[in-house]
Design a protein around this ligand. Structure first.
Ligand SMILES: Nc1ncnc2c1ncn2[C@@H]1O[C@H](COP(=O)(O)OP(=O)(O)OP(=O)(O)O)[C@@H](O)[C@H]1O
Length: 588
């Protein structure tokens, strides 16, 4: 579900308009060609009108009929028809090229803005909501240029042009026509914007929520079917769709009303221009053949302003999309890395000092947590669910910013390391392993692109995955199902461990590596982890106390604090220790 969004009126669209700057030339060309196409339309219709009436008047006597030049106006009509078609074609090419480039820039801008944000905080939005922001919202923003900015500029140009064309013959009528068109061109869109921006803002909210809900529920289809929730969910989705459609209907009604207003104003403008032209023709020296030209010029110019009400009514939709994108980049804390590391770590030891982590909702996940891991030490951190173990790992990889305290890698504070150095220093097997739609080989080589097949086979065998690999139709060249559903939970876990173990990083961070494994496999996996970790520093977090006796030290944490720490043997010998109590539970 999407987070609350900003008030449409308070959203600043200027930075988004600024994204257009690199394509200003292309956009200007599009506007110019659009103006040429529309001006040709006005010219075509006005000249045709004049031609017909002038030809009719010329035909009233043999003398005028003989001298009337039919060729020049018909060449003009053809010329306008050609420039109109060419202008329209060129405008489409230029504005579509500009829009597509802009769209790619908008997406790149957004991906770059998201990249430094804390992934853990970002995930709180949910992948479906993020997806809706990255697709529907960016698409809506795209309309700002194509459907609001460009048509508004073109309409202004055409209004001026129409005024000039008429004003050449009678300035007063030209001024009247331009002013009346300007009023029709602003009143309809103003009404549409005033009445429609909240409606369209609401429509956009309902539409993105609907998409997000659909995207969220589809992957959970099997659970929803098993719990008999698919039917109610479908009905809820249909209700949401109906609500969105009602908004759409209201918007269509509003568009109809603003169109009606514009048409009435157009009718009044044409009537006014014709009446003035007729008066000028009777009382002054205006040729009657120009009456039709003037009326038809206004009609031609109206083509440019007819689309404005709908464009401006959609402004609320665009503002909401911009607000949601701003909110994403402003609310989620960003993690800044220096361009280059300010110091080189002395070794692969880790020192965590008085670490505090508080989340935006007030949860205190770590509280004055301190721990030092000697270079090459193998350490297991045990604790109940919700104790803060994963948060500690996320803080170590800088996915979560600490509220206070510090972490040093080889004596260097993490904030002094550039991103490449930090990532190369730590290999992580997270709680959930994601498999990409790529071969199993490529999925494994994410941990180390240089790893050879022999190493992959050896590692899979050590992790007891050869039986699974033998069942794959093309071995390592086989593809997993999307999300990894072709592996059992335990197999997927080991796959993630293999990926981390393949890396050459001097620090290994493993989140619940034995979760979902039977006792025998868990021991084998632990032995492989220890052997492959070798002289690397190993921090393993787990719920399970079994099989940890071989590690250098064990720590027990709960409620964000380290409660007990020591070598496993020493803790086992102390019958009052929490570790012995946990071991007793396993034995019982
Ligand atoms: N992004 C977040 N925003 C708010 N609270 C969070 C966030 N991530 C974790 N928490 C909370 O912080 C506390 C510690 O969570 P954490 O995931 O670190 O525990 P854990 O020991 O790893 O649990 P588990 O063993 O079940 O994975 C929990 O109360 C959890 O609800």
């Amino acid at each position: 579900m999407s987070a609350p969004s900003a008030d449409p009126a308070s959203v600043n669209l200027r930075p988004w308009l600024g994204q257009m700057r690199p394509f200003a030339g292309l956009m200007a060309l599009g506007i110019l060609l659009n103006l040429i196409a529309l001006a040709s339309s006005v010219g075509l219709i006005a000249l045709s009108g004049w031609f017909l009436s002038a030809a009719a008047l010329a035909g009233t006597s043999a003398a005028t009929a003989a001298t009337f030049n039919f060729l020049l106006p018909s060449a003009g009509v053809r010329g306008f028809a050609i420039t109109r078609t060419a202008g329209r074609y060129g405008e489409r090419v230029a504005s579509h090229e500009g829009t597509l480039r802009l769209l790619s820039r908008l997406r790149r801008h957004l991906y770059q803005a998201i990249e430094p944000l804390s992934p853990t905080a970002l995930q709180r939005y949910g992948s479906s909501d993020l997806m809706a922001r990255l697709t529907a919202d960016v698409d809506a923003l795209d309309n700002l240029y194509l459907r609001v900015v460009t048509p508004s500029i073109v309409a202004m140009g055409i209004i001026v042009l129409c005024g000039v064309v008429i004003g050449v013959f009678v300035p007063a009528i030209g001024i009247f026509a331009a002013l009346a068109l300007a009023i029709s061109g602003t009143l309809g869109p103003w009404l549409a914007w005033r009445r429609g921006h909240r409606l369209s803002h609401h429509w956009q909210a309902l539409d993105t929520d609907l998409r997000a809900r659909l995207l969220e529920r589809l992957p959970a289809l099997s659970e929803l079917l098993l719990y008999g929730r698919w039917q109610p969910e479908t009905e809820a989705l249909l209700d949401a769709q109906r609500e969105r459609d009602q908004q759409e209907l209201a918007l269509a009604g509003l568009w109809g009303r603003s169109q009606l207003l514009s048409q009435v104003l157009l009718g009044l403008t044409i009537t006014g221009v014709l009446a003035m032209a007729a008066w000028w023709s009777v009382n002054r020296d205006l040729s009657p053949t120009l009456i039709a030209l003037m009326g038809l010029s206004v009609m031609g110019a109206f083509e440019a302003i007819a689309m404005l009400p709908q464009a401006w009514q959609n402004l609320g939709r665009i503002q909401r999309a911009a607000g949601r994108l701003d909110e994403l980049t402003e609310r989620v804390p960003s993690i800044a890395f220096p361009a280059e590391s300010r110091a080189i770590p002395d070794d692969n030891g880790l020192e965590i000092r008085d670490l505090d982590v508080r989340f935006a909702d007030g949860t205190r996940a770590l509280s004055e947590f301190s721990l030092t891991l000697a270079p090459g030490e193998h350490f297991a951190l045990l604790g109940p669910s919700g104790g803060g173990k994963t948060t500690l790992l996320n803080t170590l990889v800088r996915f979560v910013p600490p509220t206070s305290g510090s972490i040093l890698l080889g004596g260097v504070p993490l904030e002094q390391l550039d991103e490449a150095t930090l990532r190369a220093s730590m290999a992580v097997a997270p709680q959930e392993t994601h498999l990409f739609v790529a071969s199993y080989r490529d999925n494994l080589k994410l941990g180390n692109p240089a790893a050879g097949d022999d190493e992959l086979y050896e590692l899979l065998q050590a992790l007891d995955l050869t039986g699974w690999l033998d069942d794959q139709p093309d071995g390592l060249d086989s593809y997993p199902d999307e999300g990894g559903s072709s592996l059992s939970g335990g197999q997927l876990k080991r796959f993630g461990i293999a990926r981390a173990l393949l890396s050459r990083a001097p620090i290994l961070l493993l989140d619940e590596p034995t979760e979902g494994l039977d006792e025998r496999t868990a021991r084998r996996v632990l032995a492989t982890i220890r052997a492959r970790a070798g002289s690397r520093t190993l921090l393993m977090i787990t719920h399970h106390a079994g099989g940890l006796e071989q590690l250098d030290r064990i720590g027990i944490m709960d409620e964000g604090q380290l409660l007990e720490v020591g070598p496993p043997q020493a803790l086992l010998e102390n019958l009052d220790s929490r570790f012995s109590a946990l071991q007793q539970q396993i034995v019982l």
